[in-house]
Each structure stands twice: as structure tokens, then as C-alpha cells.
Design a protein around this ligand. Structure first.
Ligand code: 13P
Ligand code: ZN
Length: 274
């Protein structure tokens, strides 16, 4: 099967196009990775070549010998549907999870996203925690969430609670809450370690003054998660633009009733009295 005909590749392209349409991917902003299933690798194997091994920049032993479809560094989401082979690549990891090689794509040269350490460390955490179910890691420059990182305290509890209050469905969509990483230099191992630590608890990690990481089982769930949290942030920005306080809101007791009704567990640390 041609790479472009594989369902996982079509799903990846659609997600990149959807993210572009949301306005989250100015220039080369954001990046996307998918941990490819064995049978999916098998279905396109005839088209894979062996590139040179290169250092990942971190170590991910639990992802040894896995294959990933990832966006390229400096590449534009806008161009993913228009020129896939120049915008993304498939990489294979070595048997120690220390090096990768490009086996498809990036036809005009280049490397996978500069956030590869964050993507792979997040994949490693999620693979382990979900018995392999999670396959997508998505980083987007979500406008309203970024704006909020200038005005809210950079605390998991506060971001989670404020975002939950903005839309009734939020605690159902991300019952574990969201984590916040303080401003750090992007693209390296340090921010990757901080993010993957949060991914042990949450499916969402906000990078202050930068953007958001989301993790999920498939493209729909991961995009839907990013869309939901960013929409909630948009409502909060609008609310704060009208007045600094809320006249009425969803109260801790309401969240507890919601948790019962929807059979989700909402950690009490987010339901503090204000
Ligand atoms: P890349 O083009 O290397 O993926 O970087 C974009 C980005 O959003 C960095 O955080
Ligand atoms: Zn970024």
C-alpha cells in the first residue's frame, strides 16, 4: 500500500488541516506525532528506506524499535495536506531508544520536529500507563490558553478549576485536569522531562507563554481534547474581558453532582473553596 493511502496517514493529514483551520499553527508552529501500529508499519514496509541514525536528544527505552509519523522541524501544518512528503517523516527508533532514523518523507532533507524529545517522552509515559492504547501526541499554539498564562497563576489546580467552570462538558472531557509547565526553553530534554512528568497525571500540559500538549488514543480524541480545552479558554478570556469576577458559576457541589451523573472521578484538589 502507498504511504499516502494508509488510514493512519489520512487521519494525520486531516488532523493537521483541522489544526491549521483553527489558527493554532502560524508559520511552523506546533507539531504532531503518531505511534504507528505494527500491522500499519507492515502495510507500507515496501516503501521504507534506511536513513542514518541520529541522536534523539533523550532516552526512551520503552519505545525501542517503534515507528512514528511526525511533523518536520520548521515545516508548516498548512502544507501537510498539500505536500506531505516534504512536511512529515516516518522515523524508526533503535533497540535502545537512543537514536532514530528517517525511513520515509522529508524528501528535501531536514529533521523531525525540534520537540521530538517531548513527543517521545510523552509517548513513553502514556504507552506504559494505558497499556499501549494512547498513540497521539499533539502540540498546538492555542491562542486563548497562551493568553491565560499571562493572567492566571501558573498552578494546575487553578487552571483546571477555571477551565472546568467555563463549560459543563469540560470536567467530563478532561476529568484528570490540566498540568502547567512554567516558561522554559523549548526544544530540549529539560522541558520534555517536565512535560512528561505532568503526563503521568494529565492528558493536557500547558506550556506557559507558548502553547499546549495533548495526548490521546486516536486523532479524533486528541484533537477533540485540544479543541475543548482551547474553547473553554476562549470563554474564560471573553468572560474576563467583560468583568473580572463571575456573577454566578458552576460550584464545587455542582461538580460533585456532575461526577456522579457522568460517572467520572473529579479529584477534590480541584474543588477547593474560593
Ligand atoms: P518545529 O517546527 O521544530 O516543530 O517547532 C515548532 C514549535 O512549535 C516549537 O515549539
Ligand atoms: Zn511550540
Amino acid at each position: 500500500m502507498k504511504v499516502m493511502e494508509a488510514e493512519f496517514v489520512k487521519g494525520f493529514i486531516r488532523m493537521a488541516a483541522d489544526g491549521w483551520e483553527q489558527g493554532w499553527h502560524e508559520r511552523n508552529g506546533g507539531n504532531l506525532s503518531y505511534r504507528i501500529k505494527d500491522e500499519e508499519v507492515e502495510s507500507i514496509k515496501e516503501h521504507l528506506k534506511e536513513g542514518e541514525w541520529r541522536d534523539i536528544g533523550t532516552v526512551v527505552p520503552k519505545l525501542a524499535k517503534e515507528y512514528f509519523l511526525v511533523t518536520g522541524s520548521g515545516k508548516y501544518f498548512r502544507n501537510v495536506p498539500l505536500n506531505l512528503e516534504n512536511s512529515v517523516c516516518i522515523i524508526e527508533l533503535d533497540e535502545k531508544g537512543e537514536n532514530y532514523r528517517i525511513v520515509w518523507g522529508m524528501v528535501n532533507g531536514g529533521t523531525p520536529t525540534s520537540e521530538l524529545p517531548s513527543h517521545l517522552m510523552n509517548h513513553e509515559v502514556k504507552k506504559e500507563l494505558t497499556e499501549g492504547r494512547y498513540r497521539v501526541i499533539y502540540h498546538a499554539h492555542t491562542t486563548n490558553i497562551i493568553a491565560l498564562t499571562f493572567v492566571l497563576p501558573l498552578k494546575d489546580e487553578i487552571f483546571t478549576r477555571e477551565l472546568w467552570e467555563m463549560a459543563t462538558e469540560c470536567p467530563v472531557v478532561f476529568p484528570d485536569g490540566v498540568g502547567v509547565v512554567p516558561w522554559m526553553i523549548p526544544g530540549g530534554r529539560e522541558i520534555a522531562e517536565a512535560t512528561s512528568r505532568l503526563m503521568k497525571t494529565y492528558d493536557l500540559a500547558i506550556w506557559a507563554h507558548h502553547g499546549t500538549f495533548a495526548a490521546g488514543e486516536d486523532f479524533d480524541l486528541t484533537f477533540g481534547l485540544m479543541h475543548t480545552v482551547e474553547k473553554s479558554a476562549e470563554i474564560l478570556v471573553k468572560m474576563l474581558s467583560m468583568r473580572p469576577d463571575k456573577r454566578q458559576t458552576i460550584e464545587p457541589e455542582d461538580f460533585r453532582k456532575l461526577a456522579d451523573g457522568f460517572q467520572v472521578k473529579l479529584p477534590e484538589k480541584f474543588l477547593y473553596e474560593k
